[in-house]
Design a protein around this ligand. Structure first.
Ligand SMILES: [Zn+2]
Ligand SMILES: [Zn+2]
Length: 345
């Protein structure tokens, strides 16, 4: 049996073609995909620069759909169920998984990724088969397109959970791509006090304020450190959420963080950066990485269903899957200034 899929057949070459419907294993469900978002990591993998989308591969890990078929060991899920699923297939058995850190599973496979160690086809296709233990049921009032935003939202929730005392604390979000914007809404919902967005250009400034930022400063036109110093009486912010991941933004984060404050690193574009060691030590900064998410999906679905988080504001375009080649090319050339693009098979 054949299905239509968007296949990266070569670097920077995306084709909408017929391919085999994936097999449904004993513990799997086959999902008819309804929505799948294009992630920044898909765009970065498109030209081969990350080495994590080796052709041929079907990308796509931010997806939702309807169960079409269930494997013989599947008892809790039925044909017709509306679902989304974790972007990570974890083993549920290794030490990390047993401690609840499924995002750190030693046998972790990310859906829609093909790298040196594995190839796991994703959801830019009519069908995808996934193991039942990574499924989540959609509340009735959450649409398939909204559910495609759960995966990036869960990354924001996971990072926000790294802040030990959020209530009333000041925070800066450095980098305002999709994750940065979801973080702003998330921090507002978590009860943070002053929230400052820091970004490169003026694009989406009004939207960022609408999402919950009190201030939005641009590194191109503002002296960001000075401005944040003024707002915080020279102290800096309690928490910095770094969602860009390069040397400049990490150094800025160290500068604007309060003494004994915490920097939560979410972005990871540059493999290596240099940092001002003495400043970091003498300010006694706490720095932690935040990787993907570990079980935040339920809370994210709930927040969308209760309208505490508005993901619709961040969806720029929904387009048929067959338009995928056009959108990949466009996003690749627009350098991250777009809102989320969702493809519908
Ligand atoms: Zn992603
Ligand atoms: Zn594991």
């Amino acid at each position: 049996m054949k299905m239509k899929a968007l296949v990266l057949t070569d670097y920077k070459k995306m084709e909408y073609i017929d391919t085999e419907i994936p097999e449904t294993g004993e513990n799997d469900v086959l999902i008819r995909v309804k929505s799948c978002g294009i992630c920044g990591s898909d765009i970065h993998g498109y030209d081969g620069s990350t080495g994590r989308r080796r052709p041929p591969v079907i990308m796509g890990h931010e997806a939702s759909g309807i169960i079409e078929k269930t494997g013989k060991n599947v008892t809790d899920w039925s044909v017709g169920d509306r679902v989304t699923f974790d972007s990570t297939i974890y083993c549920n058995n290794c030490e990390s998984c047993r401690r609840g850190y499924v995002n750190l599973c030693s046998d972790r496979k990310v859906i829609g990724v093909s790298c040196e160690d594995y190839r796991q086809n994703g959801a830019f296709a009519e069908y995808i088969a996934v193991p039942q233990h990574i499924l989540y049921r959609l509340p009735d009032n959450v649409s398939f397109d909204q559910a495609a935003m759960i995966e990036p939202l869960s990354v924001a929730f996971h990072a926000a959970n790294m802040a030990n005392h959020p209530i009333g604390a000041s925070a800066a979000v450095v980098g305002s791509g999709k994750i940065g914007m979801l973080l702003i809404q998330t921090l507002r919902m978590y009860g943070f006090g002053t929230i400052i967005a820091v970004k490169k250009t003026e694009t989406n400034k009004d939207l960022i304020k609408e999402l919950g930022a009190d201030y939005c400063f641009c590194t191109e036109s503002d002296n960001v450190s000075d401005k944040i110093n003024k707002i915080t009486d020279g102290q800096g912010v309690d928490f910095v959420f770094e969602a860009a991941g390069n040397e400049k933004t990490i150094n800025l984060s160290i500068n604007i963080c309060k003494r004994n404050g915490k920097i939560i690193l979410v972005g990871n574009s540059a493999p290596i950066v240099s940092v001002p060691l003495q400043l970091l030590v003498t300010k006694q900064l706490n720095i932690t990485g935040s990787c993907a998410s570990a079980g935040e999906y339920t809370a994210c679905l709930d927040a969308i269903a209760r309208k505490q988080i508005n993901v619709d504001l961040l969806i720029g375009n929904c387009a048929p899957l067959s338009d995928g080649p056009f959108w990949f090319d466009k996003l690749y050339n627009d350098h991250g200034n777009n809102l989320k693009v969702i493809l519908n098979p």
